[in-house]
Design a protein around this ligand. Structure first.
Ligand code: ADE
Length: 244
C-alpha cells in the first residue's frame, strides 16, 4: 500500500513512519510513502501557502493553488486514488472505515493547518473527508499518522499470524478481554488458572466471555450491532442478572 502525504510540516512524519512496525512493513515491501511539502508548489517569492479569509474573521486559510498543484503533480489529474482531507468536519474514523480503506492500493492524505483549507479544495479536489474524533487539533498531521497506523496493521503480512488483527477490539465487534503474561503471580495477584490450564477450547470460551463482559460494562451499545451466537446470548443474560 502506498500513501502520499501532503503537508506543510513534512518533517513530522519520518520519525514515526520509520519506526517499529511501519519500518518493518516498508522493508518487506508492503508499505511505501511519499511525503510532500505543499510549500514546494508555491509560485511566489515568499512561498506563501495561506491567506486571510474573504469576508473577514480570524484565522488564516490555506490557499488552493499550491494544494491543487501538489496533488495533481504527484497523483495525476483526474486522480486514480482517494484524496482524503483530514478535518474535524469529516466522517468520524472507526475500524470499519479502516478496513474499507485498507483495501485501496494507494491513498493521498491531505493535512490541513490553520483555520482550514479553501472550500474549492474540498469541493473539487478532495474525494473523502475524515475526522479522527470530535476534538480539534492544530493540524491534520497526527490524524494522518493515526489513519496510517490503523490501516498498516490490517495489510496482510504486516502483523504475524500469531498476533494478527482478527481478534482486535472493534474488529470482532466486541472489546477484547484481559491479557496476561509472566509472572503467573505478581504482588499476590494471580493470572486466572484457566489461562494456564493448556485447554485451548476452555481458554477460547473464557476469552469470548471476558470480551462480552468487558463490552457490556464499557460499551454496551456495541452489543446491539454485533453478531452474537446462541451461547453468547445465554451468557449475556447471565451478565445482565449479575450471575456471570
Ligand atoms: N484536524 C484538526 N482536528 C482534526 C481531527 N479531529 N480529525 C482530523 N483532522 C483534524
Amino acid at each position: 500500500m502506498h500513501f502520499d502525504l501532503f503537508s506543510l510540516l513534512p518533517e513530522v512524519f519520518p520519525p514515526y513512519l520509520n519506526s517499529s512496525m511501519m519500518k518493518r512493513a516498508q522493508e518487506k515491501g508492503l508499505l511505501s510513502f511519499g511525503v510532500h511539502n505543499i510549500r514546494d508548489w508555491t509560485q511566489d517569492k515568499h512561498h506563501v501557502t495561506d491567506d486571510n479569509p474573504y469576508g473577514g474573521g480570524g484565522g488564516m486559510i490555506m490557499k488552493p493553488e499550491p494544494i491543487f498543484d501538489a496533488v495533481e503533480d504527484v497523483i495525476g489529474s483526474p486522480p486514480d486514488c482517494p484524496i482524503i482531507l483530514l478535518t474535524p468536519q469529516g466522517r468520524v474514523f472507526n475500524q470499519d472505515e479502516a478496513q474499507r480503506l485498507a483495501r485501496e492500493p494507494r491513498l493521498a492524505l491531505l493535512c490541513g493547518r490553520y483555520e482550514g483549507v479553501d472550500e474549492r479544495v474540498r469541493a473539487h479536489l478532495v474525494t473523502d473527508e475524515i475526522s479522527i474524533g470530535d476534538y480539534v487539533l492544530t493540524g491534520g498531521e497526527l490524524p494522518a499518522l493515526i489513519l496510517i497506523d490503523a490501516l498498516t496493521r490490517l495489510i496482510p503480512g504486516v502483523l504475524g499470524a500469531e498476533n494478527g488483527a482478527a481478534n482486535d477490539s472493534h474488529a470482532t465487534g466486541l472489546l477484547e478481554g484481559a491479557h496476561y503474561t509472566r509472572p503467573a503471580e505478581y504482588r499476590g495477584w494471580d493470572v486466572p488458572a484457566i489461562l494456564r490450564s493448556g485447554d485451548h477450547g476452555k481458554v477460547a470460551q473464557w476469552r469470548r466471555e471476558q470480551a462480552l463482559i468487558r463490552t457490556f460494562e464499557r460499551r454496551p451499545e456495541m452489543l446491539e450491532k454485533t453478531e452474537l451466537s446462541k451461547k453468547d446470548k445465554v451468557f449475556l443474560e447471565k451478565i445482565k442478572k449479575g450471575k456471570a
